[in-house]
Design a protein around this ligand. Structure first.
Ligand code: HEC
Length: 116
């Protein structure tokens, strides 16, 4: 009896800890996303530091993100979808590498290239 109570108490404490831990990270997670850093880590190789495609990106068919016409006709949803799913043989999908918060934050990085 004593042991069962002891273990129940411990697992309750662990559960409470886990809940606090996860709610804490998800709240700060959204605010803490360093979108520029994510971009520099995962996207720069092809799309370049300023959204101007690298030789590798150009070779694969990546476009200029600073292009005003492209910015105007592309919706945030399309950008999110592209990052999630990629394009076979051109751009790898990121849905398993990045969180949805990170992917949404990348939209503003891509938009910022259009404002230069
Ligand atoms: C291996 C090179 C490569 C990497 C890395 C890469 N991309 Fe791409 N991306 C491409 C290519 C090539 C295209 C054009 C695909 C097409 O024509 O369908 C593209 C297309 C896109 C588009 C859509 C542009 C359009 O045609 O409307 C967006 C948005 C985009 N990439 C964002 C990103 C972001 C954000 C990252 C980082 C998380 C990233 N890409 C990483 C190669 C890459």
């Amino acid at each position: 009896m004593y042991r069962t109570g002891f273990f129940a108490g411990v697992s309750l404490a662990v559960m409470a800890g886990v809940v606090t831990y996860f709610s804490g990270t998800s709240i700060s997670g959204a605010a803490d996303v360093d979108a520029t850093k994510v971009y520099m880590t995962h996207c720069k190789t092809c799309h370049g530091e300023n959204g101007h495609p690298t030789d590798l990106g150009t070779g694969l068919g990546a476009r200029e993100f600073a292009n005003a016409e492209w910015q105007a006709k592309t919706t945030d949803e399309q950008i999110i979808k592209q990052i999630n799913n990629g394009t076979p043989e051109k751009m790898m999908p990121f849905k398993e590498k990045l969180t949805q918060d990170e992917i949404k934050a990348l939209v503003s990085v891509i938009r910022s290239f259009g404002k230069k």
